[in-house]
Design a binder for this molecule. Structure first.
Ligand code: SF4
Length: 401
């Protein structure tokens, strides 16, 4: 598979580690770990960039979106999170359907194509206020509400929903799939140690990796394009991190439904239990991104540019091919302190690295014609937006800022 690739780098430790790989064999976990220990970051990035060009050409994508923050209430407590709120801290329990649709209509005006729907994990399980609010509108759960509002968003605005609701059941996935072109659930880490006392997921049972992996596999069985990823720097070891990259690769080899992997660098937030924990260093994160590309040469690999505001352009050199969702209107409600770059700026920076910035839908082109991955109710809406490459027609993405 990789025999055509010629790495333009000096012979040295990285070359030796990758010797077999260049002849088409798959890199082993041990070799990936050796790469992570290496100090020759430039050679590593060079290899990753070659692979990226081989499999993804000179294109870097983004998804123009509106961020619909349904509710900050969550039944879990992750010790790095400032997104979750208690009912007394929130101005409202949840976004009313009218607010959701009004926001989606603003997204339509700004030529967004994605309606990103985000909420805390099953808030009705912990908060009677959430349960009551949902019941008053005729829903027994948050997921039921999102299933319904997704349909309304599509029919009233044409925007394509992509929901992130944490651990959902197969039955819920099946119903969401009708009006969601893809779903999202972060693995974050498969380290069970993170559930232990004093660790970040001690009070977050939904982050139990056994459950998360089952959700990812269920999405595979249901042929749902899935966005997943890792949160790097929350206490996992290097071995665990490399294992997780191989784990995602093997799930995708089995089910073929992982449409992209987000590599997110942890940032400590004030007033959280992890406020004094350091972020992963720039060099370490560059190495992780490069190694992810080497392990999965044809995967869509994303880093959120707002989480590396001064350095994100260098991740093109480490082999990424996607900037994720960028909104010209709404903030990143999960990381409100990190503003998204303006789309014009993102375009300039991408072009300065000799790449083209293209808009994509919240479903990647390779899944659009894959049998059974897109519901028949969404097909026309999807096809309205795309060109022959499955990317958003360039004339649709007029620039607003
Ligand atoms: S599950 Fe998500 S929203 Fe809830 S506490 Fe954890 S990170 Fe925050």
């Amino acid at each position: 598979m990789n025999s055509e690739i010629s790495f333009s780098m000096k012979e040295g430790s990285i070359f030796e580690i990758l010797e077999g790989y260049q002849n088409g064999t798959t890199i082993s976990k041990d070799k990936a770990l050796d790469l992570l220990e290496s100090n020759d970051i430039l050679s590593l990035m060079n290899v990753a960039a070659c692979l990226k060009t081989r499999f993804k050409k000179d294109i870097i994508t983004y998804s123009r979106k509106i961020f619909i923050n349904i509710t900050n209430l969550c039944r879990d407590f992750c010790s790095y999170c400032t997104y979750r709120k208690n009912p007394f801290e929130s101005s409202s329990i949840m976004m009313h359907p009218t607010e959701v649709l009004n926001l989606a209509k603003i997204g339509q005006i700004y030529h967004c194509t994605e309606a990103l729907i985000v909420a805390g994990e099953r808030p009705e399980d912990r908060y009677p206020e959430a349960k009551r609010w949902l019941r008053q509108l005729g829903y027994s759960s948050l997921v039921e509400y999102v299933i319904d509002i997704s349909e309304k968003i599509v029919k009233e605005t044409g925007l394509l929903p992509h929901s992130n609701l944490g651990n959902i059941t197969e039955e819920e996935m099946k119903l969401l799939k009708t009006y969601n072109v893809s779903l999202g659930v972060m693995l974050e880490s498969s380290s069970e140690k993170l559930l232990e006392k004093g660790m970040p997921h001690e009070f977050a049972p939904s982050k139990n990796p056994i459950k998360r992996i089952e959700v990812i596999k269920n999405a595979g069985r249901m042929k749902i394009p899935l966005t997943t990823g890792l949160l790097i720097g929350i206490g996992e070891t290097k071995e665990e991190l490399i294992n997780d990259l191989f784990l995602l690769k093997s799930i995708n080899n089995e089910y073929g439904n992982i449409q992209e992997i987000i590599l997110q660098n942890f940032h400590p937030k004030k007033n959280t239990r992890m406020q004094d924990c350091p972020s992963p260093s720039y060099d370490y994160f560059l190495k992780i991104v490069s190694i992810a590309r080497i392990i999965m040469p044809d995967m869509n690999i994303q880093i959120p540019p707002n989480l590396s505001p001064r350095t994100f352009s260098s991740f093109i050199d480490a082999g990424i091919n996607d900037w994720g969702g960028i909104s010209p209107v709404t903030i990143d409600h999960v990381n409100p302190e990190f503003l998204w770059p303006k789309i014009k700026e993102l375009k300039c920076i991408t072009e300065s690295k000799h790449h083209r910035l293209r808009g994509r839908l919240p479903v990647y082109p390779e899944f659009i014609d894959k049998p059974d991955f897109i519901s028949s109710d969404l097909r026309n809406y999807v096809e309205n937006f795309i060109d022959l490459d499955g990317l958003v027609k360039e004339e649709y993405l007029v620039e607003f800022r």
